[in-house]
Ligand binder design. Structure first.
Ligand code: NAG
Ligand code: NAG
Ligand code: NAG
Ligand code: NAG
Ligand code: NAG
Ligand code: NAG
Ligand code: NAG
Length: 463
């Protein structure tokens, strides 16, 4: 083009090269935009109307005949796999993948027979054919923590999130609760972004200082995704942990929990395996984030708080001291109601010494919202481990009598709370959940006062 002038031939070559470079750059930019565009494809109008709670209730856990009940977890996950067979993608995040109980375990656990069939039907053939790739995240290298996230995104349309992992115990001996939402592409896409973030961390031993725009949250606590859940208005968002895994706009799990607690007007019901306001990396340190919020809700806002924790092999010896201190906070105060329950199940001890029927729920329900997450409420979890959560806001008392999802979770909590498996915390009597508990208490390492410096808690100082 410009090469008619012989003298400036060299100049021409340089200009030509520059033009080429520019063209390549433009092409790259457009292709990047295209990839992003593709990502957003498939968002259709929202009809997240079909959604349900899924539960695994261990065999030896029984409720009254009338008690509320939900689709069995294994049936729910099957339904998602069935949908996926027709579609194209199943994205599963799980801390473990262990759907085959060992012979040893099955000898002791009757109900594992049921799981072997589930496993045979679900995992090997279907998942093998579906699963083209497995990525591993080395959390030790990234945050010195663990991956506790557990959710599914199917065809970028349907999701599962809850307490169960891809471990056979989640389908047999543990009491689990989760939610499945069908045909809900906006929500599925947002959760897919969390999945994508993990996907990119395979083999990485550092966390990028900036995340790609394609990983930012679409919705968060300030801008909820408005939906219709069973024809009732709902507002939802996805949360994530730890802080360093939260790109722009993503709400952290702790902030999601805080959001739900702050919005509660009448009651806060919490069902978790472990409650411990301590971080125990190196030495123990008081971790006040959630504990403080609950105290405030109890004392300053007169909100009824119920805390259902489990008494099991790994219950930390200080758990009930903290729970009891919450309970005593209410003493002699009008309108203050802290009902702490010490045990969920009187879990049956097996011949090998393990307990069966542990309440593995990880949820909170209030008069206006539900939070379903992947964590126990222990300091370390939120600081170092990867997890995700889902917040669903639904206003109480809609005109129609149909019970909302939030009301269903509350009914489920109430069922557990008043069941024969639940025991109240007795005054001046800390239940012993495991034989080693007393020894542990004696050896508990308490941090030196000089180390009690809030900023040391989080490597990023942002907690
Ligand atoms: C079941 O519900 C009915 C009506 O609500 C009630 O009369 C009955 O006592 C309940 N049965 C049990 C076992 O709770
Ligand atoms: C994970 O990272 C840690 C620390 O960098 C390293 O020691 C370990 O070998 C890694 N594990 C795997 C499975 O790569
Ligand atoms: C999802 O939506 C499609 C199209 O509207 C419908 O055919 C299908 O039955 C829905 N799936 C579920 C599980 O509701
Ligand atoms: C307790 O509740 C009653 C009625 O709900 C109210 O009148 C009273 O002021 C409350 N007391 C306190 C200390 O908030
Ligand atoms: C939604 O409605 C379906 C039936 O239409 C029902 O099976 C399901 O339990 C409902 N889910 C919730 C969360 O209300
Ligand atoms: C607390 O942490 C800050 C910032 O890391 C540090 O400057 C300060 O010396 C610490 N204080 C104590 C008492 O450790
Ligand atoms: C989704 C659903 O079940 N909606 C029902 C709510 O209740 C009204 C009447 O009470 C029914 O007409 C709706 O079908």
């Amino acid at each position: 083009m410009c090469c008619f002038l012989l003298q400036s031939q060299q100049k021409c070559i340089v200009i030509f090269a520059l033009v080429c470079c520019f063209a390549v750059l433009v092409a790259l930019i457009f292709s990047a935009v295209d990839v992003w565009g593709e990502d957003e494809d498939g968002i259709t109008e929202e009809n997240c109307n079909k959604n349900l709670l899924v539960e695994n209730i261990p065999e030896d856990v029984t409720f009254s005949e009338n008690a509320t009940s939900h689709l069995p977890l294994s049936a729910g996950l099957h339904s998602l796999l069935d949908l996926a067979v027709a579609g194209h993608s199943v994205e599963i995040v799980s801390p473990q993948w262990n759907l085959n109980p060992s012979d040893y375990e099955s000898r002791f656990l009757q109900s594992s027979r049921q799981v072997s069939t589930t496993t045979k039907q679900v995992a090997p053939p279907e998942l093998k054919s579906l699963s083209r790739e497995v990525h591993y995240i080395n959390m030790t290298a990234l945050t010195k923590g663990f991956l506790h996230s557990s959710f599914w995104v199917v065809d970028r349309q349907h999701i599962y999130i809850g307490s169960a992992t891809m471990d056979w115990r989640s389908l047999s001996t543990m009491k689990e609760l989760g939610i499945i939402v069908y045909n809900c592409s906006c929500l599925a896409l947002d959760l897919h972004r969390v999945f994508n973030l993990y996907w990119q961390l395979q083999y990485k031993d550092f966390i990028p200082s900036m995340w790609s725009k394609r990983l930012s949250a679409l919705w968060n606590k300030d801008e909820n995704l408005p939906l219709l859940f069973n024809n009732t208005k709902a507002e939802v968002f996805v949360s994530s942990s730890p802080d360093v895994f939260c790109p722009k706009d993503r709400t952290r799990d702790l902030d999601a929990i805080s959001y739900v607690i702050q919005k509660a007007k009448r009651f806060i019901y919490i069902s978790i395996t472990d409650y411990l306001p301590l971080t125990n990396r190196n030495a123990h340190r008081y971790w006040s984030r959630i504990d403080g919020m609950l105290r405030e809700a109890l004392i300053l806002r007169n909100i009824e708080v119920r805390l259902l924790v489990s008494c099991w092999e790994q219950t930390h010896p200080l758990t009930f001291n903290f729970v009891w201190s919450l309970k005593t906070l209410c003493m002699e105060l009008a309108n203050c109601s802290m009902e702490a329950v010490s045990k969920f199940f009187s879990p049956r001890e097996q011949r090998d010494g393990t307990l069966q029927g542990i309440n593995h729920n990880r949820l909170m329900v209030t008069d206006s919202a539900v939070y379903i997450g992947n964590f126990d409420w222990v300091g370390n979890e939120f600081t170092f481990n990867a997890g995700a959560g889902l917040v669903i806001n639904q206003v109480e008392g809609v005109k129609e009598k149909n019970s909302t999802l939030v009301e269903q979770v509350r009914a489920t909590f109430q069922r557990d709370w008043y069941s024969r498996h639940t025991k109240s915390l007795q005054a001046n009597k800390i239940p012993v959940c495991n034989k080693h508990q007393l020894n542990q208490l004696a050896h508990l390492k308490i941090a030196q006062p000089t180390e009690r410096n809030g900023s040391k808690e989080s490597p990023n100082g942002s907690l």
